[in-house]
Design a protein around this ligand. Sequence first.
Ligand code: AR6
Length: 175
Amino acid sequence: MRIELVTGDITAEQVDAIVNAANSSLLGGGGVDGAIHRKGGPAILEECRALRASRYGRGLPVGQAVATTAGRLCARWVIHTVGPVFSADEDRSPLLRGCYARSLAVAEGLGARTVAFPLISSGVYRWPKEDAVVQALAGLHDEPATTVEQVRMVLFDADTHAVAERVLRASEYTR
Ligand code: AR6
């Protein structure tokens, strides 16, 4: 599995699956979530509502992942995952790593070969960007996916891309 870092808007990605940094309600929000629903159209929200009416009556738990259609996006699926809100008092990093591992497992179950991830929890949920990248890489390597050939980490701006590049180079993981 190759990990590539790219800069830009995740909704422009042409991949099998796009991961959404959602919240437990699955009913939309700001940031990546808002952009995905805006560009993907109402079919995504419709499936999210159906999930809330069935398997996830209480919402999608933090650290878990579930797939829906990608609507009008250039992808087959959106995989919704819920990152933890950053806390200075409590180590929630296993939950953040779980988002990557579980999303990859869902992608694997779908037979996806290319998957685009945002830097989960690093926006509204305030996770420090550098550590968010550390947790992303660790989480991705926790899941030995076989069908997924390429993971594209989509960083929203050049500064975040530079941070991610530095972390990736310093890490034990090769590209
Ligand atoms: N493409 C790629 N990255 C983006 C995009 C985009 N279109 N837009 C923002 N980012 P966030 P979170 C970056 O806030 O922290 C929502 O309201 C952003 O700069 O989207 O997990 C949900 O409904 C940041 O680095 O997700 C939840 O309530 C990263 O993506 C809550 O926010 C994640 O930022 C989730 O917060």
